[in-house]
Design a protein around this ligand. Sequence first.
Ligand SMILES: Cc1cc2nc3c(=O)[nH]c(=O)nc-3n(C[C@H](O)[C@H](O)[C@H](O)COP(=O)(O)O)c2cc1C
Ligand code: SF4
Ligand code: SF4
Length: 258
Amino acid sequence: MIFYFTGTGNSLWVAKMLSETFHETLISIATELNEKKEENLVYSLRADEKIFFVYPVHSWGPAVSIMRFIARLKLENYFHQPIYSVATCGDECGYANRLLEKALNSRQLVLTNAYSVTMPNNYILLPGFSVDSKEVEKKKLEQAPLRMAEIIKAIQTEKTLDLYHKGGTPWIKTYLVYPLFTNLAIGKNSFRVTDACISCGLCERICPTRTIRMKDGKPMWADTCVQCVACIHRCPVRAIEYGKETIKKGRYYHPGIK
Ligand SMILES: Cc1cc2nc3c(=O)[nH]c(=O)nc-3n(C[C@H](O)[C@H](O)[C@H](O)COP(=O)(O)O)c2cc1C
Ligand code: SF4
Ligand code: SF4
């Protein structure tokens, strides 16, 4: 079973690769959270099941949707089948793995190992952050399959290799900055639409939290945004901006995303 969350497709690419290799079902966390309103999200496991959580790192912690999902997760027939965390990040993950492990433990689930895959950066909403240069983006996309091969081999051979990149000062970033992000940024947004909008409705369809609603042919944002940045990157005509911050910044989404 592969539970995944994605904004711009990097984590979806990882999840699909794991699904093809280990023949495990892909389950979209966004869909599950949107469609299942009962308190517990219940899934029944096979005896030989491998369980994966695949998600982007947001502000050196797990994307909040995955934490919300785990808080309601109930795995039936769980007899310590292996559970893996596979984070995608632009550069470094901090201790996102520890936060995920703690969340799993609170559901009586045990993390077997945590891995990370460096992918093109998609964070552009604050000053000082932008997408990678085309050269760096290309290099990261070339390196990612090699990293995935290492991760897959480690899982298949049950070796505990260190394939997780926490980066510098992880404690400060995860335990001080991530809470600021979840408290101050989540649920708010400064998205706006420009005259370039062609009313295609793609942003409304792809928003994982159903934050966007089309009104008179233009998108409107509610206060339920989780800052996945899918809308701003995937608009086909670059009609979405974040205040004035993103006007001169590039856009990115994984080339494999539909
Ligand atoms: C709100 C936000 C915060 C981010 N914070 C980090 C971070 O702390 N460290 C990092 O390396 N990348 C960070 N990124 C970049 C993403 O983790 C990275 O691009 C990821 O692969 C995107 O996955 P996705 O395409 O599945 O959404 C952040 C992206 C967003 C949108
Ligand atoms: S994706 Fe872009 S063009 Fe399409 S409705 Fe949204 S803002 Fe308008
Ligand atoms: S409004 Fe945009 S950034 Fe916010 S959750 Fe929806 S797609 Fe993601």
